[in-house]
Design a protein around this ligand. Structure first.
Ligand code: NKO
Length: 213
C-alpha cells in the first residue's frame, strides 16, 4: 500500500542523513571522508575532528536507527499488525535494515556513507534492549582492551545473534535470521578494517588518553 511505501522511503531517508559529513562540513569545514579511514562514521569523526564531534555523530546515528525502526509506532498505525505480533517485528527489522542501507548509501552524500554500526545499534535498542546491552558491553570491553573500534564493532555484531540464542532464547526465527545477516553485513562493511587488523596496520582509538583533539 501507499502507507507501506511511504514508511519504507522514510526509513531510507532517515538512514541517509549523512551525520558525519554534514557535521564536519557545517562546523569544521571538513569532509571527514577525505581523512583518516575515509569512513563517514562516528569513529572517523572522532579520529579527524575530536571526541566531542565523534560523540555527537554517534548519538545522531544511533537515533536514526532507533527512529526508523520505531516508525510504525511513531506513525501510530495498526496496518502491519499489533505491537507484539511476529509480523510487526519483521516489519520493524526490515525498516531498521533499510535505514542502515540508507546510512551505507546515503542519497544526500553521493551514496558514500558509513559502516552502519551505530545505526544498527539503534535498531537493536529498539527491537531487543537486552541484546543491545550485551552488544554494548562486549563492544566496550573489546575497545578498552584492544583499542580497535572495528574489532569491537565486529565482536558486538557477533554478540547480537549469540545473545539472542543464549540469553534471550528467542523463539522468533526471523529475528535470528536478521541477527545473522547483520553480523555478515558488519563483516562485509569492515573488510578493509579486517585486512588492516591482520596486517597490524589498523589505527587505534584511545577513549581516555592520547585523544588527538
Ligand atoms: O573509521 O573504519 P573506521 O575505523 O564508526 O570505523 C570502524 C567502525 C565504524 O563504525 C562506527 C560507528 C561506531 C559507533 C560505536 C557506538 C556503538 C556502541 C555500541 C556498539 C554495538 C554495536 C551493535 C551492533 C549491532 C548488531 O567500526
Amino acid at each position: 500500500s501507499l502507507y507501506l511505501f511511504g514508511v519504507v522511503v522514510l526509513a531510507y531517508l532517515f538512514g541517509s542523513i549523512p551525520t558525519a559529513v554534514w557535521f564536519g562540513q557545517a562546523f569544521y569545514g571538513v569532509d571527514v571522508r577525505e581523512y583518516g579511514s575515509g569512513n563517514a562514521g562516528a569513529t572517523n569523526t572522532f579520529r579527524v575532528l575530536g571526541k566531542k564531534a565523534g560523540i555527537i555523530v554517534m548519538l545522531v546515528d544511533i537515533f536514526k536507527g532507533w527512529t526508523a525502526t520505531n516508525l510504525p509506532y511513531l506513525l501510530d498505525s495498526g496496518i502491519v499488525g499489533t505491537s507484539d505480533s511476529i509480523h510487526f517485528v519483521n516489519f520493524q527489522l526490515a525498516l531498521g535494515v533499510i535505514a542502515v542501507l540508507g546510512h551505507l548509501f546515503p542519497i544526500f552524500a553521493g551514496f558514500r556513507g558509513g559502516k552502519g554500526v551505530a545505526t544498527l545499534f539503534g535498531m537493536v535498542i529498539a527491537i531487543q534492549p537486552l541484546a543491545a546491552l550485551c552488544c554494548v558491553t562486549i563492544f566496550l570491553l573489546c575497545l578498552l582492551i584492544s583499542h580497535y573500534v572495528s574489532l569491537s564493532s565486529i565482536s558486538a555484531g557477533f554478540t547480537f545473534p549469540i545473545s539472542l540464542a543464549l540469553i534471550i532464547k528467542t523463539t522468533v526465527p526471523s529475528l535470528m535470521l536478521y541477527a545473522i545477516a547483520i553480523c555478515v553485513l558488519i563483516l562485509i562493511t569492515h573488510q578493509k578494517n579486517i585486512e588492516r587488523l591482520l596486517k597490524g596496520k589498523e589505527s587505534k582509538i584511545y577513549l581516555f588518553k592520547k585523544s588527538s583533539k
